[in-house]
Design a protein around this ligand. Sequence first.
Ligand code: ATP
Length: 199
Amino acid sequence: MRLGIFGGTFDPVHVGHLVVAVNARHTLALDRVLLVVANEPWQKVGNRPVTPAEDRLAMVTAAVAGHPGLEASTLEIERGGLSYTADTVEQLADEHPGAELFLLVGADVVASLDSWERIEAIRGLATLVAINRPGTEMVELGANGPLSGWRALAIEVPDLEISGTDLRDRARTGRPLDYLVPEPAIRVIRSRRLYAERG
Ligand code: ATP
């Protein structure tokens, strides 16, 4: 089995994420792509309030429902505490012996890989897939690049200029999320009153 791992805060999930997942699945002939919802994203803790993990999971679950090969993963939420990718990759390697693991990360994230916890564990278990977007800086795969020593490859996906910050602001101020966030995930936002103005 060829298994894609796409981790994120998904606060909220949007079509940029889903375009990455479906294109990685197609280009790399992955059997499944797991959208792994971070429990407590350690890079974001303390910067801004993060929406409760259960709500972010509900949005991702709704967004991928019925799409072949895409799945929401509860693994980091069930583990609890801070979410480290190394733990996730190790657990998936244990649970799927013989599977080939592909870790999908945005090109912007590659630059900060050195700061990740137990990066050597990830390097030994997964192929790193850098997601390049036209118009943004491409990851260099050669011996002098940030991924030397890795099994790594890069794929290109359409650049959709969508950010969680803008979407949260849209939801808070009542502007449309349509076509930026999948309809079923918008329904979760509305029914749970996520990102609503407080007070
Ligand atoms: P924000 O801080 O705006 O909420 P983020 O990129 O930090 O956004 P995550 O949900 O953690 O949010 O992102 C998960 C993954 O999706 C990361 O690897 C990121 O590079 C990638 N990603 C985020 N937005 C896009 C987009 N518009 N197109 C393609 N990939 C994206």
